[in-house]
Design a protein around this ligand. Structure first.
Ligand SMILES: Cc1cc2nc3c(=O)[nH]c(=O)nc-3n(C[C@H](O)[C@H](O)[C@H](O)COP(=O)(O)OP(=O)(O)OC[C@H]3O[C@@H](n4cnc5c(N)ncnc54)[C@H](O)[C@@H]3O)c2cc1C
Length: 317
């Protein structure tokens, strides 16, 4: 197991303060492979699953006061965590409150996105059905403006309560977030989503559930199993003259022969060349190395510099 740097030094006093606040919720050396869909990643020095906005604020403020590093995760479905783990505190959002008033819904950032989509479709609330089958949490989806099948989470987004470390939580409206393709301002500011407000349209629950089911079926046909992946590894390339304004990275990867390439126990999903998979027992370094090989091939053959859709966490060799 990777040696903890943090707990050897000034982290000890942070540990005491976090321990006083979180008791048995505070875990040392928690393997992050348990919290990522890739199923890889070494331990976090300290790990806390927070279940309320107040807990998130407390955890973040203590890390700030002690000058220690921290990182927020949701469902870990868009993360590649280093085999050496993370030398700091990982705060996992399991803030899962949910309130509905008419077509307005307020939900905690740790709410599971698939359950959320199912719930609003069942209630006849239209606007989130294209998100069916996207893994992770509502907070993670806002961070990366997750989307598929012509929709994205920003479509029905109204505002979010966010935390800038050292300040009181505040609510910001949609414009603040500067949503664009798989992007939001949060990637720059590193502010933390505590809860999100959505406004939907009235629809028929029967039709919405049918649409959701069709999307899940299409996903199932296209990618029968994408276990041990993080969905698409790279973003598509924005190109206004292309259909839908994007050039498919999967197509470019297919053309450089990605599906035939493996590194260690990392490979490429046979049905979709932009999905990197843990073939079983992969190290994070295997996946990262494979990603670098693929990037180079696309650059050499087509001149495009691929940009990761996933987030790297921790140090890579
Ligand atoms: C099988 C599969 C299919 C997928 N299909 C799609 C798809 O069709 N479309 C798509 O867009 N994505 C897809 N993804 C990728 C992934 O599900 C999304 O990016 C998802 O929104 C990530 O959410 P998460 O909670 O798992 O975030 P994590 O992976 O935990 O974190 C990702 C980033 O979000 C940040 N973050 C998480 N929670 C918060 C928060 N509360 N506040 C601030 N920042 C936060 C983290 O710090 C990190 O930088 C797929 C993944 C898988 C495994």
């Amino acid at each position: 197991m990777a040696k903890s740097h943090m707990l050897d030094k000034s982290g000890t006093s942070l540990f005491k303060d976090l321990s006083a606040q979180f008791g048995s919720k505070l875990i040392r050396e928690e393997p992050l492979s348990r919290h990522t869909t890739f199923g890889v990643g070494g331990p976090a020095d300290l790990f806390i699953e927070v279940t309320s906005a107040d807990e998130m604020v407390t955890g973040v403020n203590l890390c700030e006061q002690h000058g220690q590093k921290y990182f927020i995760i949701g469902g870990g479905s868009n993360l590649l965590v280093s085999d050496n783990g993370y030398h700091g505190v990982v705060l996992k959002s399991s803030i899962c409150h949910y309130e509905r008033e008419g077509t307005d819904v307020i939900v905690g950032s740790g709410f599971n996105l698939e359950e959320f989509v199912d719930r609003v479709c069942s209630l006849g609330l239209a606007g989130a059905e294209t998100l069916a089958g996207i893994k992770g949490t509502v907070g993670g989806a806002v961070y990366g403006n997750a989307g598929a099948y012509g929709g994205s989470i920003s479509d029905c987004f109204v505002s979010a309560k966010i935390l800038k470390p050292g300040e009181a939580p505040r609510v910001e409206g949609k414009n603040y977030f500067e949503f664009s393709y798989r992007n939001s301002i949060l990637k720059r500011t590193r502010e933390i989503v505590l809860e999100v407000s959505f406004r939907f349209l009235n629809g028929s629950s029967e039709q919405l559930l049918k649409k959701k089911q069709e999307i899940l079926q299409t996903r199932e046909e296209k990618h029968p199993t994408t276990d041990c992946s993080a969905g698409c590894f790279f973003k598509n390339i924005e190109k206004p003259d292309e259909k839908y304004g994007k050039l498919s990275t999967g197509m470019l990867l297919e053309r450089v022969g990605a599906k035939e390439i493996t590194f260690g126990k990392a490979g490429v999903f046979p049905y979709h060349a932009n999905i990197l998979v843990n073939l079983g027992g992969a190290k994070a370094d295997d996946i990262r190395e494979l990603a670098m090989i693929l990037k180079k091939k696309v650059k050499d053959q087509f001149g495009y510099s691929l940009e990761e859709e996933i987030t790297y966490l921790g140090d890579f060799n």
